[in-house]
Structures are given as C-alpha cells and as structure tokens.
Design a protein around this ligand. Sequence first.
Ligand SMILES: Cc1cc2nc3c(=O)[nH]c(=O)nc-3n(C[C@H](O)[C@H](O)[C@H](O)COP(=O)(O)OP(=O)(O)OC[C@H]3O[C@@H](n4cnc5c(N)ncnc54)[C@H](O)[C@@H]3O)c2cc1C
Length: 471
Amino acid sequence: MAAKQKAPSYHYDAIVIGTGPGGEGVAMQLAKAGKKVAVVERYDAVGGGCTHWGTIPSKALRHSVSRLIEYNSSPLFADNHLSRSLTFSEIMRHASGVVNSQTRLRSSFYDRNRVTLFHGEASFIDAHTLQTVREDGSKDIVTAGQIALATGSRPYTPKDIDFNHPRIYNSDTILSLKHDPKSIIIYGAGVIGSEYASIFRGLGVKVDLVNMRDRLLSFLDTEISDALSYHLWNNGVLIRHNETYSSVETTDDSVILNLESGKRMRADCLLFANGRTGNTDKLKLENIGLQADSRGQLKVNENYQTDVENVYAVGDVIGYPSLASAAYNQGRFAAEAMLAGKTHASLVADIPSGIYTIPEISSVGKTEQELTAAKVPYEVGRAQFKHLARAQIASTQTGSLKILFHRETKEILGIHCFGERASEIVHIGQAIMQQKGEGNTIDYFVNTTFNYPTMAEAYRVAAINGLNRIF
Ligand SMILES: Cc1cc2nc3c(=O)[nH]c(=O)nc-3n(C[C@H](O)[C@H](O)[C@H](O)COP(=O)(O)OP(=O)(O)OC[C@H]3O[C@@H](n4cnc5c(N)ncnc54)[C@H](O)[C@@H]3O)c2cc1C
C-alpha cells in the first residue's frame, strides 16, 4: 500500500487569511516593511467579497441604472420619444467588466510586493500553523510567527428558507440572476436592501421592500431617511414597514412571502438581504482556544489583536463598521501593530456613510436627533441642489446639502447630503470638520473661493443660509 503523502509545508513571517480590503491592507503593509508574507484565499481570485460580491458589483450595477434614468429623463434626448431600457443581464455585463479590472489590478499588488498566494480554505492546526485545502482536496501546511484574519462576512441565510431554489437569492447570488424578473420582493431594508431596491426599480421591476423597522435606515438623520422613503415611494417602490416573514413558499417561477401580520406577497423572485454573519465557522478556532460570538464575529483590542497574542483580525469579521473603506485602514493599522507591537492610528471617530441608493446619500458626524437629545445648541444651514448652477447644467436637481453647526462656536457637527454624487460631496465637509482648532467652523465655506459652477457651491450656499439664522 502506498504511504500517505505528507502535505508540503512552508514558513512565513506572517500569513493573512482573506484578500478583501482588510487582508490586502495587512499584507501590503507587512510586505513593504520587508516581511515574508503569504495570503490564503479560498476563492479563485483575489479581491474578497468587496470586489466579487459586495461593494464593487453593486456600485457598478447602480451606476448603470443611474445613467439609464438620467438618459430617459434628460431633456436633451426628449425629442426622439424613445425611452431606453436595460435588463439585469445587460447591466451585469458592465459590472463583471469592472470586477475583472479590479481583480487584475489587485492581483498585481500581490505580485509586485512578492506576497505568496495560496488558494484554499484555511483552518488552524495551532496558533502558528494553518492547513489550506484546495478544491481538489490537496493540502498545504503553512506556518508563521503572526496570523491575520480578514475572512469577511457572508449573507445571513436562515435555515427555513431554501436558498437553493432558483428564485430565491441573497446579496451574493443575486449577481447570477439569469431571468429578467417583472417583480421582486426584497426582504430587509438596510443599506444593501435599499440599494438593490433602487437598482431593480430603476430597471422597471416592480419592487416590494419589506422593512422590519418602522422607518428606513433609522441611523440616518430623520430628514434624509424621510427623503429616501419619499423618493423610493415616488418611483414606485412599495415599502412595508414593521413586518417580519413567517414563511416562504415557492413555485417553479414565483415566490410567496407570508408575513407574521397575515399578509401574503407574491413576486417573480425574492432577494433576502437581512443581516450578515462573520466568516469564522471554517477556521477551526477551537484549535487555538478562540471563540466567535453568535454572529460569527471576533473581539479584538485597540491593536486589532484577538485573545490569542499572535492572531490579529480586521474587517467585517470584527463587526462594526463593516465597510470596505474602514477595512483597508484597519488592515494597515493591524500591520503596524504586528510590526511594532502597537498601532499609532485608529479609525476616525466620524466614519462617513455612503449609501448608493437612487438618489445617493452620504453623511458624516451627528444627526439632528442626536444633537437635540444631547441638548447641543446647533443651527442648520441648507442648500437645495435645484438652486445650484452645476446641478441645473447636469440635470441633477434632486437633492440637498445640510450642515449642522454649533450656534456659538460655529464648529461643524454634522453634514448630511442627499442627491447625485453625495458620497463625493460629503468629503469636502468631512475634511473641514476634521481640522483642529478654529479651522473646523462653518466660516470656512463662506470665506473660501470654490470653483464655479460646481456642486461644492452647495457648501457656500448652505453656510450662508445657516449663518443667516444666527442672531
Ligand atoms: C452588496 C454589498 C454592498 C456593499 N457596499 C459597500 C459600499 O458601498 N461601501 C463600503 O465601504 N462597503 C460596502 N460593503 C461592505 C464591504 O464589501 C465589506 O465591508 C468589505 O468587503 C469587508 O472587507 P473584508 O476584507 O473584511 O472581507 P471581504 O471583502 O469579504 O473578503 C474576505 C475574503 O476572505 C476569504 N475567506 C473567508 N474565509 C476564508 C478561509 N477560511 N480561507 C481562505 N479564505 C477565506 C473570502 O473568500 C473573501 O475573499 C458592501 C457589502 C455588500 C454585501
């Protein structure tokens, strides 16, 4: 009988599990510092959920739909009486192209920085040893002084729903939607559910959005969340608040969602977008005495170190804020701690939120509700996009910018933007908010000279509007 073949073994200074933004941040920083680094990725390409199933494809889909809406509503093309339409497969082609470009770019980072890539599912043998198993069952043993977990998260999929049914999707599998639904139920009206509601409605699909809470995206400033509700409603999305599903029935080509309130809803397909789970179940954490919480997430200290000294974790697997934007930074901060014993940086206190609904939303800092509850004497400055020359030129008149500032010190406390390019526009205010001393007051926007015509002019208009309220 042939002797059982031993898995080949390799040693590195550090191993990173996962090639999303968190893992990439750790690996690149360590490699640039001269460390011998390996990454393990179970998918066949680098980039993580961010590139393949999350941020990038959803933003590319949204971009196509937004351009379609812009074309169909532009007075420039109104004369030919032809409205254009696109199918999900058509906009998916553009998204796949972007995913491929991003994957090529991100793989070149690993090549250029001589980071070794192992393809396979990684799990712990002990705190310094990992086993990686490829799809064909072949294995490698990889050891390292330090290990960083950047395994991300996946959609929560309750057991009583058959996600193998061809008409039931989660936010990963929706990207493989092959038919063109006339109607869709989106269960979960968080950021992902609301973004996909905008995408499908923009394609002309009848959308029912089921929200478990009493308002959309309740962490937002109330005015902004109301504006989103209004625009989704005005575009034909049916939102059902305070609802929870009781069961899901299927036929070959439809799905029926039964709600605890007794309602029954039918559509061509269901997108279940309610919650995410950290990817820790396959890591055999028990072999190093580490335990994830009930949501599959790991606890870390300010240096992104878990309870096991040489094991670090970043990105979605450690929970809040669960954003690609933050995961890149966390990766770099963790690498600094792995190199120097501790990190000197931490995420900014006010992380901006970018929500790519149609219209787009972005906020940073406090909401009016938070300031009111804290009894902060604030004032509001507001600009409506419809009054800006650039918005009129670009026909992007829907939207507004709101600046909240302290009425005595004039310190900027919050920026809330609703409308096209909101997630870019908010950064101007964020940069000023983060200035030290008196540099972070609303006066900046009145005293500076902005390019004209630009959307940035909204800051000047809002600042003047707000300062006029001070007496
Ligand atoms: C639909 C959607 C839209 C989003 N939009 C935005 C947005 O607009 N802006 C934003 O900032 N964020 C957005 N996010 C969130 C963002 O995608 C995540 O916060 C980000 O991807 C987290 O990065 P990460 O590095 O922690 O994990 P990921 O990007 O998920 O990467 C984890 C990687 O680890 C690999 N892996 C897991 N377990 C193992 C294992 N045992 N062995 C080997 N490899 C393993 C996985 O295959 C994956 O490639 C969105 C998410 C979704 C789902």
